[in-house]
Design a protein around this ligand. Structure first.
Ligand SMILES: C[S@@+](CC[C@H](N)C(=O)[O-])C[C@H]1O[C@@H](n2cnc3c(N)ncnc32)[C@H](O)[C@@H]1O
Length: 256
């Protein structure tokens, strides 16, 4: 189970949840979200869908607005409280728990979902290989035959690291500096943010740990769980996945 600074809400306590939608605003734009919704709605078909790490409902709420019966699992009560406060948020069935192990009922038992999905690099919040394998097993256990599990994840940026260097900066502005830090021996990494409030000049830090994994390792986890790769794209707009891809959207299928 993932644990964070307050031990209750994982890595997304109230201090992070309160600012989540604003700090991730780019991910809420139609350009970012519409292709995600198009693919997930297509894969869900008529069946219920399950979002692992549903958060404040960035994906779940607009997907429900498209007619998909989305359920969710999340560790953070603070994030789910934000979801609940939005129009339609009270109606979303959400279980508080670890998505590597928590089972929910999709109306036809736990195995009745046509789609399970885990976006925005969140599978990396499981910090061991065992926990990531459990997550694939848990997704498979929720799926009906022919159902799919979709993961959106960055490709580890190790090609940016010369020997001896462990940090990769990814955001530099007047008020925010952010970098990823890699330990290639253990596949541990962390994303680190230092932000200054321009009004008060006060600084704040946030570090969130991940375990990075290559697409091929995920494919093996999927096979262990009884799933087979159906598609892998560079992103939600379904461009081909290539050796230069920085991220992937992968779709594994449960045998029919
Ligand atoms: C980056 S946010 C993404 C939220 C939402 N899926 C989105 O795309 O905006 C990650 C979410 O996953 C949740 N989370 C992380 N690890 C988890 C775990 N092991 N079990 C359940 N929820 C987890 C966090 O509490 C947080 O709400």
């Amino acid at each position: 189970m993932a644990h964070g600074d307050d031990g209750k809400d994982g890595y997304f306590p109230e201090s992070i949840a309160a600012d989540y939608d604003r700090s991730a605003a780019r991910m809420f734009t139609p350009e970012a979200l519409d292709p995600t919704l198009d693919l997930l709605a297509e894969l869900a078909g008529k069946g219920p869908a399950l979002e692992f790490g549903i958060g404040t409902g960035r994906v779940a709420l607009p997907l429900r607005a498209r007619g998909v019966d989305v359920h969710g699992i999340d560790l953070s009560r603070a994030m789910v409280a934000r979801l609940r406060a939005k129009p339609g948020g009270e109606q979303v069935p959400v279980e508080i728990g670890d998505f590597a192990t928590t089972r929910v009922d999709g109306g036809d038992g736990a195995g009745g979902f046509t789609l399970a999905y885990l976006v925005f690099n969140t599978i990396g919040n499981l910090l061991t290989q065992d926990a990531q394998v459990d997550c694939f097993r848990n997704a498979a256990a929720h799926l009906a035959p022919g159902g799919t599990f979709v993961v959106e994840l960055e490709v580890p940026a190790l090609r940016l690291l010369p020997y001896g260097q462990e940090a990769v900066p990814f955001q530099v502005s007047d008020t925010r500096w952010a970098f990823d830090r890699y330990d290639v021996a253990t596949q541990a990494m962390s994303s680190n943010y230092f932000t200054v409030d321009p009004g008060t000049g006060q600084g704040s830090c946030w570090t969130i740990p991940f375990r990075y994994a290559w697409p091929s390792e995920l494919d093996l986890m999927a096979r262990i769980a009884g799933l087979r790769l159906r598609e892998r794209w560079d992103g939600w707009t379904r461009e081909p996945f290539t050796s230069d891809s920085r991220q992937h959207v992968s779709v594994w299928e449960k045998a029919g």
